[in-house]
Design a protein around this ligand. Structure first.
Ligand code: DQA
Length: 145
């Protein structure tokens, strides 16, 4: 039975590489996917990597992760700060949930200070650029050991 880590990405992360590079860098989401896949494979896990600009699709992916996955790594992007639906979906899970951000939202605008993900996450990793994803995989694998 393959053990699958779900890595879920929210709105506008499809634009990584072009979007505000002074904040998010020049690495694309495709680059992140390749790096994450390599790390998961090396550790003996499958990876299911998704991005959506649509809140309900992210909810569907979280529900699928609950049925088929062993951990969720989620960068909910702007929905981090707004989405009760994503909060509710994550709350139903009985597997580790790692919140990820490329930037450090706590040091940015006041509307980014609230996270609907943090209260239902096992832990949060922010501010390490796209390396935050790889650190999150390490954290998930460590918990799953
Ligand atoms: C982000 C931070 C969010 O505040 C923002 O809306 C994003 C990206 C990050 O990875 O730093 O879209 O989640």
């Amino acid at each position: 039975m393959p053990k699958t880590i779900y890595i879920l990405n929210g709105p506008n992360l499809n634009l990584l590489g072009q979007r505000e590079p002074e904040i998010y860098g020049t690495t694309t989401l495709a680059d992140i996917e390749v790096a994450c896949a390599g790390k998961c494979t090396t550790a003996g896990y499958d990876m299911s990597f998704h991005q959506s600009n649509i809140e309900g699709e992210i909810v569907e992916q979280i529900q699928e992760a609950g049925r088929k996955g062993v951990a969720v790594i989620i960068n909910a992007a702007a929905y981090t700060h707004t989405s009760v639906a994503i909060y509710d979906a994550l709350k139903t899970l009985n597997i580790p949930v790692i919140e990820v951000h490329i930037s450090q939202p706590a040091s940015r605008e006041s509307f980014r200070q609230q996270s609907f993900i943090a209260p239902v996450a096992t832990g949060s990793i922010s501010g390490f650029g796209t390396n935050s994803y790889l650190l999150a995989i390490d954290a998930a694998i460590d918990i799953l050991k």
